[in-house]
Design a protein around this ligand. Structure first.
Ligand code: COA
Length: 332
């Protein structure tokens, strides 16, 4: 059976840096509050009229370069985003045309912060079945337009941000071999972190009253998210390792979804990891939802933190609630 390998990664963040002090000018918050509660010092916001497909392009180009393939070698596109360019068609199709990749299958997945791990899992199955040889998996978000940047939205507006990451998953035995993926969700918590409107179950899908109430912005029950995240992350990481007859002692680096530094610190303590065994860049980029893991993974490689023979774990938790892990062995 073919093996599924991650042979190239790339990332891109928009140029516009938004500091905590910048947000303090828009809402009643402070650098101290944001750093203490989330670990975030600054984040990037996309320029006017930049969608997730635009942010994805430089990330994809870098991933293709690093994979040493031609874009014509790509057989299939998986685009994970919770903030699509448009409701119809998906951002995978929008990106496909912008990058002249027409004529192959393109799939959007809406699994929020777990989107990249779910995307890897889908790609893994297609590669292992022999149907495709090179699959492009993207996580890209423009959250800045989906947040209420006033006092009313300050609990979410200081956390979420924009960015893109991409990976090429291939049957070539290079890079990181995907050993297994483990996916979960619990839809009963859907409303704990959601965007209510526009909604096709209401007529009209959105109206002025809903806009005035801010129901088209991301809403979060932060305490509930925190409580579940600190349980699910360690659980699914341990499950992934044990599935491969590995333990925490075998783990070289954990690249968690960059949800919140306090959540990462909790996982680190629970799993007894050293500082260099858990990657963090949330201070620079905030929580970029589906883009956070591929951005962090790409940066970890650029910073020389992953060596041949290393066991790498990716883990996610987010809206849905959804969560998952991916265990990788770095071969070259
Ligand atoms: N700046 C200043 N004060 C803020 C604020 C902000 N940006 N956002 C909320 N507050 C205030 C609240 O209004 C509240 O004020 P009050 O005590 O006068 O009512 C106070 O801070 C405490 O709010 P609370 O919601 O109890 O804070 P918390 O300790 O639960 O921290 C989060 C809030 C969001 C940081 C925290 O719940 C959290 O980290 N949750 C997980 C979020 C996450 O990781 N999401 C991503 C998942 S993918």
């Amino acid at each position: 059976m073919p093996e599924a390998h991650i042979i190239g990664l790339g990332h891109y963040v928009p140029e516009n840096i938004v500091t905590n002090d910048d947000l303090s000018e828009l809402m009643d918050t402070s650098d101290q509050w944001i750093v203490d509660r989330t670990g975030i010092k600054e984040r990037r916001f996309a320029a006017l009229n930049q969608g997730p497909s635009d942010l994805a392009i430089p990330a994809v180009e870098l991933a293709i370069d690093n994979a040493k393939i031609n874009k014509e070698d790509i057989d299939f596109i998986i685009f994970a985003t919770s903030t699509p360019d448009h409701y119809v068609p998906g951002s995978s199709c929008i990106l496909q045309d912008k990058m002249n990749l027409n004529g192959i299958g393109a799939l959007d997945i809406r699994v929020q912060c777990s989107g990249f791990v779910y995307g890897l899992s889908i790609a893994e199955q297609y590669i292992k079945s022999g149907q495709f040889n090179n699959i492009l998996v993207i996580g890209a978000e423009v959250q800045s337009t989906a947040m209420d940047l006033t006092d009313r939205g300050r609990d979410t507006a200081v956390i979420f941000a924009d960015g893109a990451g991409a990976a090429i998953i291939s049957s070539q035995k290079l890079g990181g071999q995907i050993l297994s993926t483990h996916l979960y969700s619990e839809g009963k918590y859907a409303k704990e972190l959601w965007v209510e409107s526009p909604s096709s179950s209401s007529r009209p899908t959105i109206d002025l009253a809903k806009i005035n109430e801010g129901r088209h912005f991301l809403q979060m029950n932060g305490k509930e998210v925190f409580k579940h995240a600190v349980k699910r992350f360690p659980e699914v990481i341990i499950e992934g390792l044990e599935h491969n007859e590995l333990s925490i002692a075998d783990l070289d680096i954990l690249i968690p979804h960059q949800a919140n530094l306090r959540i990462s610190k909790f996982i680190q303590k629970k799993l007894n990891l050293l500082d260099n065994q858990i990657f963090s860049n949330i201070h620079k980029y905030g929580n970029t939802t589906a883009a956070s893991i591929p951005i962090a993974f790409s940066e970890a490689l650029i910073q020389g933190k992953i060596y041949p023979g290393n066991i790498v774990a990716l883990a996610s938790f987010g809206s849905g609630f959804t969560w998952g892990s991916c265990i990788i062995k770095w071969v070259k």
